[in-house]
Ligand binder design. Structure first.
Ligand code: 3H9
Length: 725
């Protein structure tokens, strides 16, 4: 037996250790070796019981997710864990599962096949498969309700959220919590139960509910899935599978589960979500900033500007336990900013997200200041003042004067040139963009903008910091709007063009919401404030090419004082609770403006709305990729899912285009080019990939190969004209 699974003996107890770093996934070879170890201990008369434990930092994080792609492409045979789990459950001697770290997916299914489960009090257990677009496929939907009851099993399988070992113990999923040495506790527990009848999870039925109680549980779960996981198939399949546990025998239930599992596994949604799972980890890898790059300490920070963004950013640091100085120019503004922070925390306490004690502790970490006096003590500053180059440069010149050498000077700019900002300091290597998304304390995305001179240590520190802050950091290059907002421009432009051509405001938003987006582009504009873009456009008007069609709706609405939700009027009108309704006045105005501009009106289908808006993202994304402002197509996908409400189950705009087929996307873009002119010129990279029958995913693979070499080990410097970041 090789090292994937080791068997040793602690006197009369066998210890079976799963050792498949980093997370003990059940990769090929692991189940077979666990099975052999069970046989070995059953065949040894000196052994009374077995403990199964994970080596390293965790129990078992589930099936090996990399295998799923191989199975669906036919490169690898379908493997089932069910026989192993039955083998464990039918073992003549009791098996105790000892859990630390995580028992997720197939890991929890493995644990439930044991006769007992004990866990470190810090462990977590869960069936997160729905997050990968699949459902538990090794009896999880059948054994879990038998241990925790139908209500909790439906919740865990359909929502995929982990539960703590403490909660699992109260649910009956964990038999004992261990505070100290888990293995010692497990071995002594195994001795306690050795020789006694060993309970088999699959034979238990007492928690499976009744025909009177269960339908309401499944009905409520389906309603909740329809709202909270709109558009996703796996949660509904998970509910069906748990329902099967309440209606069928264990064996038939497992067959029903297997059928649903396979349907999900082969779906586009699962492929997209697995792409995102690996993508979220891939974005942390930067070719010329290897993981050994030294990072700087960030133990104390300052935020300049206490507005919506600055206040939110201060909360992000405080939530991670990092003390923050929050600076503004006068008492009244600062008081307003702190008031908003208090209100935000209070509403989280009210909704049960935080305790009052947590809120008090976090507020203690935020110190309002009016001067730079204490800035010499901080390791990093995030500037979040109004979006204007002169103001930002003035702030950075101040920071250069007051901050110690070695401190990171970051700007939260969403549009401005980070090199120009860095030019106001004597240390451009310390300057970087940290573009948080609004509301900063909620949105997961952090675009980290690499300036020409940003040092590798500063980049590595910000990437690592993003994890600590609970964000997903994506490194982007310094172009106008960076990656996310640069793509959002054409997307919103198309939404407006569609309205000018005859579509209704609500129809455009609705079509994109039905596509899966969290919000439509026009409602998003109202939420963010239409005046923000209007002011930026006014600043940049001199850069616009003449003779190219520009949308007029938003600017004209702003000229009428319709700034969106903040003025209760924008694309929609709002009541005092900011509930939106269609505004006939807007329709009348738009029709008149379109007539004045001589734009012919027509019926526009939902399919065209989606193609125009989503392919505008894809086309711009392809340009960004080719210009080297994003490292990989998957980086763009991660940005769009975490910062712009793009549906994760479509894998992001670039993956979505791959799924549709780049040839088809390219042809459609060519049609738009013919109909609507220069703005739709196809991106050369898209054209090349489409003509070669390739995908963005293949482009990514080639990029990675070029950057690291075939062994993905040695980081090579970016070549001229390829990676710009
Ligand atoms: C399943 O079990 C289906 C069953 O019903 C059976 C059906 C037959 N496989 O996240 P990290 C890699 S479905 C392969 O950075 P952390 C990951 O890519 C599965 N690889 O660490 C990364 O690689 P790299 C259900 C995996 O400490 C490295 O491990 N289970 C797997 O922040 C470290 O990961 C899940 O959905 C895997 N299962 O978080 C759990 N898991 O270094 C998925 C991780 O090359 N995993 N890797 O980039 C997780 O949630 C987190 O990884 C975990 C650790 C919390 C465990």
């Amino acid at each position: 037996m090789n090292d994937l699974v080791r068997i040793t003996a602690d006197n009369d107890v066998a210890v079976i250790t799963i050792d498949n770093p980093p997370v003990n996934a059940l990769s090929p070879g692991v189940p077979e070796r666990i099975s052999a170890a069970i046989d070995q201990m059953n065949g040894d008369s000196a052994i009374k019981a077995a403990v199964v434990i994970g080596g390293g930092r965790t129990f078992v994080a589930g099936a090996d997710i990399k295998e799923f792609g191989k199975m669906t492409s036919g490169a690898s045979p379908r493997r089932s864990l069910l026989p192993l789990l039955l083998h464990i459950e039918d073992s003549g001697k009791p098996v105790v599962m000892a859990i630390h770290g995580n028992a997720f997916g197939g890991g929890l299914e493995l644990a439930m096949a044991g006769h007992y489960r004990i866990a470190s009090s810090t462990a977590q257990v869960g069936q997160p498969e729905v997050k990968l677009g699949i459902i538990p496929g090794a009896g999880g939907t059948q054994r879990l309700p038998r241990l925790v009851g139908v209500l909790k099993a439906v919740e865990m399988c359909a929502e995929g959220k982990p539960v703590s070992a403490r909660e699992a113990a109260t649910l009956g999923l964990i038999d004992r919590l261990i505070e100290g040495d888990l293995l010692a506790g497990a071995v002594s527990f195994a001795r306690e139960i050795a020789g006694k009848p060993a309970p088999k999870t699959r034979e238990r039925t007492e928690k499976l509910g009744t025909a009177t109680e269960n339908p309401a549980i499944f009905g409520a779960a389906r309603d909740a899935a329809g709202k909270k996981q709109r558009g996703m198939k796996a949660p509904l399949a998970a509910i069906d599978a748990v329902e099967a546990a309440t209606r069928l025998s264990f064996e038939e239930g497992c067959q029903a589960e297997a059928k649903l599992f396979t349907e999900c596994l082969f779906s586009d949604q699962s492929k997209a979500l697995i792409h995102i799972f690996f993508g979220e980890r891939e974005v942390a890898k930067i070719p010329d900033v290897p993981k050994e790059t030294p990072v700087l300490p960030v133990n104390r920070v300052a935020v300049v500007g206490s507005g919506t963004m600055g206040g939110g950013i201060a909360m992000v640091f405080a939530n991670a336990g990092i003390p923050v100085l929050l600076k503004d120019v006068d008492e009244a503004t600062l008081e307003l900013g702190i008031g908003k922070i208090r209100k935000n925390y209070a509403s989280s306490v009210q909704r049960g997200r935080f305790t009052q004690a947590f809120m008090d502790e976090r507020l203690q970490l935020i110190t309002p200041v009016l001067t730079y006096d204490d800035f010499s003590t901080v390791d990093m500053v995030v500037e979040a003042v109004f979006e204007g180059m002169e103001l930002k440069r003035a702030v950075f010149a101040d920071l250069d004067r007051v901050c110690r050498r070695g401190a990171i000077l970051a700007s939260n700019t969403s549009t401005l040139n980070i090199d120009e900002i860095a030019g106001a300091t004597s240390r451009p290597e310390a300057v970087i963009g940290t573009h948080f998304f609004s509301p900063a304390n909620v949105m997961r995305l952090l675009e980290i903008v690499r300036g020409k001179k940003s040092s590798k240590e500063v980049i590595a520190t910000c990437m690592q910091l993003s994890k600590k802050l609970g964000k997903i950091g994506v490194l982007v290059g310094n172009c106008r709007g960076f990656v996310g907002n640069r793509m959002f421009g054409p997307y919103r432009r198309e939404a407006q063009f569609l309205i000018e051509e005859g579509a209704d405001v609500e129809r455009v938003d609705q079509a994109l919401v039905e596509f899966g987006n969290a919000m439509g582009p026009l409602a998003t504009g109202d939420l963010a404030g239409l005046d923000v873009g209007w002011r930026i456009r006014k600043e940049y008007r001199h850069l616009e090419k003449t003779g190219i069609r520009q949308p007029f709706g938003e600017d004209r609405l702003c000229e009428l004082g319709r700034y969106g939700q903040k003025t209760l009027k924008g694309w929609y009108r709002y009541d005092e609770n900011r509930r939106a309704s269609a505004d006939p006045e807007v329709t009348t105005l738009l029709r008149k403006w379109s007539a004045d501009a001589g734009i012919p009106q027509r019926q526009i289908s939902d399919a065209e709305i989606v193609d125009r808006c989503v392919y505008a993202l894809v086309n711009e994304g392809a340009r960004i990729l080719e210009e080297g402002y994003a490292l990989r197509a998957v980086d763009i996908d991660i940005i769009y899912i975490n910062g712009y409400g793009f549906p994760a189950y479509r894998g992001g705009p670039m993956w979505h285009a791959d799924t549709v087929g780049l040839q088809r996307v390219y042809e459609r873009i060519c049609e738009f080019h013919q109909q609507h002119g220069e703005l739709w010129a196809p991106a050369p990279l898209l054209q090349r990939l489409a003509e070669a029958g390739k995908t963005f995913a293949e482009f990514d693979k080639a990029q990675v190969m070029a950057a690291y070499g075939p062994n993905l080990q040695e980081a090579a410097p970016a070549t001229e004209g390829s990676l710009r970041i």
